[in-house]
Design a protein around this ligand. Structure first.
Ligand code: SF4
Length: 387
């Protein structure tokens, strides 16, 4: 029995039973493939179910506001995936009369659809004999054939692509690709592969050379870029106890585009309150008469993204009615319930989950969140004069 037949017979006995496999509905295969990039299967299944309930077909997805799509994606991270999926749905409806592409080549013309996703959809939903090379499938091939090139370089990509094509059975390419994906995630796992019970143990070159951990070969990675986000929780406590605060929507070609966050001052280093008070950004508010009281020490949080490390500091600033009105000219005023309904980065969600109770308690007791408060007005006025 050749490699493909052995792998397929393993797959028919042990492959995972996933909701999009039985129907081979191309829209479902597409959504699942996008969700499962960088996401654990258990978590991905929950999001997939929620997503296709809300948007049962490409027309429903295309018609949805971006904010609704991002809201359903919240917690998965890598929000550009959701934005691209949404954009591609609109491309299909507007430019292709709502007809889903049927070949890998056509799929790869859509926003956010790379060679892996295009290959997966074309082979699974339309039985096209094209490979689907992702982390799982590359790892299996790299170990079985002891491939010394990295998939991150052109030469490596060509080697893996040609090898996968030579192994693909013409009659069942979709099953083969899914078998390779399952085998990579269930047996030939990144850490602790189950070599002792592997059906390819006798022929696996990496195993025979006792060099399993050396494969797949990777190109040295660039260290992530450090970014310093100073967030300002400008808030007002109404006599009834409701806490209102200010948010803005992210724009531009940057992370978290379209999502909501607190007013932000990005700097090259971590800021203290004094640094903030001396900054021209703060002075511009002070110059307009916006004033507030820093409540307690800032909270620090970190979030690691693929190529960036976000160092966030959250400054609580209690404002009065006059500043509240002035701030609404720059930002959107919300309360906790409104903010919960908006799409936001996980970092902001964590801040509100962990620290919002401090401000709510303050509203109930009528005291500041931290007894060590100090007025920023004199310093902000001073910094405004300096600038
Ligand atoms: Fe992967 Fe080990 Fe099997 Fe080789 S023997 S294919 S390394 S699980």
């Amino acid at each position: 029995m050749n490699f493909s037949s052995r792998l397929l017979s393993w797959y028919y006995r042990h492959g995972r039973d996933l909701p999009w496999r039985a129907s081979r509905n191309p829209y479902h295969v597409w959504v699942s493939e996008v969700i499962l990039q960088q996401t654990r299967m258990e978590q991905g299944l929950i999001y997939f179910d929620r997503f296709v309930r809300a948007f049962p077909d490409v027309h429903a997805l295309a018609a949805a506001p971006e904010d609704h799509v991002l809201r359903l994606w919240q917690g998965l991270g890598y929000y550009s995936r959701a934005r691209n999926l949404h954009h591609a749905a609109r491309q299909i409806v507007d430019d292709m009369n709502g007809r889903l592409p049927e070949t890998g080549k056509e799929w790869s013309k859509l926003r956010g659809v790379g060679p892996y996703t295009a290959g997966a959809i074309a082979s699974i939903a339309f039985n096209e004999a094209v490979p689907a090379l992702d982390g799982n499938t590359v790892r299996v091939l790299a170990r079985l054939f002891a491939i010394e090139e990295s998939m991150d370089v052109v030469k490596g990509k060509t080697i893996f692509d040609e090898l996968a094509r030579s192994l693909l059975p013409e009659d069942r390419p979709g099953d083969f690709n899914q078998a390779l994906m399952d085998f990579g995630s269930m047996v030939c796992r990144p850490a602790n592969p189950l070599c002792a019970e592997c059906i390819f143990r006798g022929s696996c070159k990496a195993f025979r050379a006792k060099a399993v951990n050396r494969f797949p070969v990777r190109k040295a990675k660039m260290p992530p870029k450090d970014r310093y986000f100073n967030y300002f929780f400008f808030y007002l406590v109404h006599p009834g106890g409701d806490v209102v605060f200010f948010v803005r929507q992210r724009t531009g070609n940057d992370i978290w585009r379209g999502m909501y966050e607190l007013p932000l001052l990005e700097t090259e280093w971590e800021m203290t309150e004094n640094d903030v008070l001396a900054h021209e950004w703060w002075a511009s508010f002070a110059g307009q008469g916006i004033d507030g009281v820093f409540t307690g020490r800032p909270f620090s949080m970190k979030q690691l993204l693929t190529h960036q490390r976000i160092h966030a500091r959250f400054f609580g600033v209690r404002v009065d009615n006059k500043s509240n009105v002035l701030l609404s000219k720059h930002f959107m005023r919300v309360n906790k319930e409104t903010f919960e309904g908006l799409a936001k980065p996980r970092l902001l969600e964590r801040f509100f989950r962990q620290h919002m109770p401090r401000y709510s308690d303050q509203a109930e007791s009528g005291t500041d969140a931290d007894q060590k408060t100090r007025s920023s007005s004199s310093k902000s006025n001073r910094s405004a004069k300096k600038s």
